[in-house]
Ligand binder design. Structure first.
Ligand code: NAD
Length: 497
């Protein structure tokens, strides 16, 4: 069985705790590895190592940081298949989907390659006679990243490339369910020339997370995960004086208006609803069919999901893999049971799916509900599985109101051919990322990613320009060099002239 250790100070570390967590191959339903779970002492060692590395890394030149990022970019690109294989083995997603995940992570590395430009400050000459004012952005210190199971390579890459390029050092606590991609990242960063201790990985559960949230040498925390934990991270981290950005869960709605291109809408609903078995924070989980859109939309989605090939992610032609763990599979099945009991119409039922040769795998087939109402748990809760619910609404206004009343606000989409309707949507919808005839509106790395409402806690979205701001603090300098004018002591408040 594979043993997965911490990565501290540029090398492997078994840590001091004797606690371990299981790592599964979800397609086979078998345990394939064991990951060490950090004690508070292990976290303390990683943070102190990172803090020691900060003393020199913060003074590294922008050119050196960029060179490391360029080299890392090349190494990840060359080893993208190795990343994808690890993701498929531990998470279950298909190889194609995993390669897409690596690509989206790489885009943030590429953005970080441009850090010299991104850290430029402002300069104003002669704000007062002989006086200039300028700003510099400086790193914070040790930054912790705590990440979810569903994007084990990409979500950490939303954080550490930019944090490190800004001059911080980093301690990553990845999901204990699929920890191996972070270890490969550690090896490649070292190969790219990153000094030891700048990037560290501690595996673990609540004990490790709490140790990070309480450690006096952790300056900032980036978190991505479910809403209850995001709220906890934000409250605990800020109470301990840290800068925190905590991205939470989602319930993403896709409105389909009667004038939409129904083929486009059905393709989009299936891709965004069942891709990665619905285990994406930007997955569509509620279709809102307005007016006459309902019947053609349901017919289109049903016809497409009947053809979807479900199986192990490393098999050619497979489009949808298993869920991450048996426990999660049981939870998602429970939602399907509850939806049926509550009276929603089960158009496609994935509960009986058996994949030949993979009978113990954590599979659930694509599941589709129609006539879902807003008090049903399939509507109210984030299911995080291949379960798509359809709510029918008479009017567009009601559909927008439905989204605005939902506590989550991560992503949303409208499908229409009416520019005015689309414009109304982008203006009025209370959600952070909006798609117009685009189902998963994940911005590229030169914009920032972040929802609204219970999908984010803290004032900074992640990566992009907001990422640079999160990982740095501004210093403003007012300097006088030339021709000083000796005005003598003046206790009045400084004004300019
Ligand atoms: P999770 O909240 O269970 O776990 C996330 C991280 O928190 C993991 O590292 C985990 O070890 C840690 N954790 C779990 N329970 C904890 C506790 N009680 N105390 C302290 N730490 C704890 O999330 P998950 O199941 O790994 O990931 C799925 C969730 O992440 C979904 O809700 C999904 O929407 C969300 N997500 C959001 C985004 C986004 O950008 N908004 C992106 C990806 C995933």
């Amino acid at each position: 069985m594979k043993q997965i250790q911490h990565w501290i100070g540029g090398g492997l570390s078994a840590g001091t705790s004797n606690r371990v967590g299981p790592v599964f191959n979800p397609a086979r339903g078998e345990q394939t590895g064991e990951v060490v779970l950090a004690s508070t002492a292990d976290v303390d060692r990683a943070v102190r190592t990172a803090r020691a590395a900060f003393e020199t890394w913060r003074f590294s030149s922008l050119t050196q940081r960029q060179n490391v990022m360029f080299a890392f970019r090349e190494l990840v690109a060359a080893r993208r298949m190795d990343f994808a294989s690890l993701l498929t083995a531990e998470h279950g997603k298909t190889i194609d989907d995993a390669l897409g995940e690596v690509q989206r992570g790489l885009e943030v590395v590429e953005f970080a390659c441009n850090i010299a430009h991104l850290l430029k400050g402002d300069f104003s000459e002669q704000v007062s006679t002989g006086v200039d004012t300028y700003t510099i952005r400086q790193p914070l210190g040790v930054v912790a990243g705590i990440t979810p199971f569903n994007f084990p390579a990409m979500v950490p890459m939303w954080m550490y490339p930019l944090a490190i390029a800004c001059g911080n050092t980093f301690v990553l606590k990845p999901s204990e369910k699929d920890p191996s991609a972070s270890m490969l990242a550690g090896e490649l960063l070292a190969e790219a020339g990153l000094p030891d201790g700048v990037f560290n990985v501690v595996h673990g559960d609540k004990e490790a997370v709490d140790a990070l949230l309480e450690h006096p040498l952790v300056a900032a925390v980036s978190f991505v995960g479910s809403t209850p934990i995001a709220r906890y991270i934000y409250e605990t981290g800020t109470r301990n004086g840290k800068r925190v950005q905590a991205l939470g869960g989602a319930k993403n709605h896709m409105i389909v208006l009667p004038d939409a291109d129904m083929d486009l809408a059905a393709d989009a609903a299936v891709s965004a609803g069942y891709g990665s078995a619905g285990e994406r924070c930007m997955a569509i989980s509620a279709m809102v069919a307005v007016g006459d859109a309902g019947d053609p939309l349901i017919d289109g989605v049903r016809a497409r999901i009947e053809k979807l090939k479900v199986g192990p992610g490393d098999e050619t032609g497979v489009e949808m893999g298993p869920l991450v763990t048996r426990q999660h599979l049981e939870k998602v099945r429970g939602y399907v049971d509850a939806g049926e009991d509550a009276g929603a119409l089960l158009v496609a039922d994935g509960r009986d799916l058996v994949v030949d040769g993979y009978e113990k795998g954590f599979f659930l087939g694509p599941t589709l509900f129609d006539h879902v109402t807003t008090e049903m748990s399939v509507y109210t809760d984030e299911i995080f599985g291949p379960v798509l619910s359809t709510v029918r609404m008479e009017h567009y206004e009601e559909a927008i109101r439905l989204i605005n009343e939902n506590p989550y606000g991560n992503g949303t989409a409208v499908f229409t051919n009416d520019g005015g309707a689309a414009r109304k949507f982008q203006s009025e919808v209370e959600v952070g990322m909006v798609g117009i005839n685009v189902p998963i509106p994940v911005p590229l790395s030169f914009y920032s990613f972040g929802g609204w409402k219970d999908s984010i806690f803290g004032s900074h979205a992640i990566y992009g320009p907001e990422g640079v701001h999160f990982y740095t603090r501004q210093k403003v300098v007012i300097s006088r060099w030339a021709d000083p004018i000796h005005r003598g002591v003046d206790l009045g408040f400084p004004t300019h002239g």
